[in-house]
Design a protein around this ligand. Structure first.
Ligand SMILES: [Cu+2]
Length: 179
């Protein structure tokens, strides 16, 4: 492109070109950085808007541990924050939904963790306390799980959706276990 008449001019021109290229790429990097930052900001806003929000954790029902048909065309879903059920103090959410996935108020509900007798060990029953939340059909539960292993969560309810009883199979893991 550049015709070199004298060595001096030519080298200067090259220097200038190099500086120009550097300036241009700097601008490009700045633009790209800005673009990425804008993207990250948008993603952050989106995540915040769609993530868990309410104080009582109603919208944050966590990850599913077990589901079961609850009768009256309802499905019950038990979930915990990390999707695992562990021995010791365990908090959970129990949600009743209709076929469309909409939460349904089932009135009063009871929850008992049952483990049948095993050899010389008597049957175990760990009762959970269930409390209603601001969303009808979503219950918060707290239970002291006595041991690891296979449990049957025996759930009963009675209310506007009818009367029902069902069981949810639940495996209680060791607290220290990484799942
Ligand atoms: Cu047991």
């Amino acid at each position: 492109m550049f015709l070199c008449i004298r060595e001096e001019v030519c080298s200067r021109s090259n220097e200038h070109n190099a500086a120009l290229v550097a300036a241009l790429s700097k601008e490009k990097i700045m633009k790209a950085t800005l673009f990425i930052l804008m993207g990250l900001l948008t993603a952050a806003i989106f995540i915040t808007a769609c993530g868990p929000r309410s104080a009582d954790g109603v919208s944050n029902t966590g990850k599913t541990v077990a589901t079961a048909q609850a009768g009256n065309d309802l499905t019950a879903t038990l979930s915990t924050a990390d999707g695992t059920f562990k021995n010791g103090q365990q908090e959970f959410t129990l949600t009743f939904t209709d076929r469309a996935g909409k939460t349904v108020d089932v009135g009063s509900a009871a929850f008992n963790l049952h483990m049948p007798a095993m050899g010389s060990m008597a049957a175990m029953n760990d009762n959970a306390t269930l409390t209603t939340t601001s969303t009808p059909g979503v219950y918060k539960g707290k239970v002291t799980v006595e041991m690891v292993g296979e449990w049957q969560a025996q759930v009963t309810y009675e209310g506007p959706a009818g009367k029902g009883a069902f069981t949810l199979p639940i495996t209680a893991h060791n607290k220290e276990e990484r799942i």
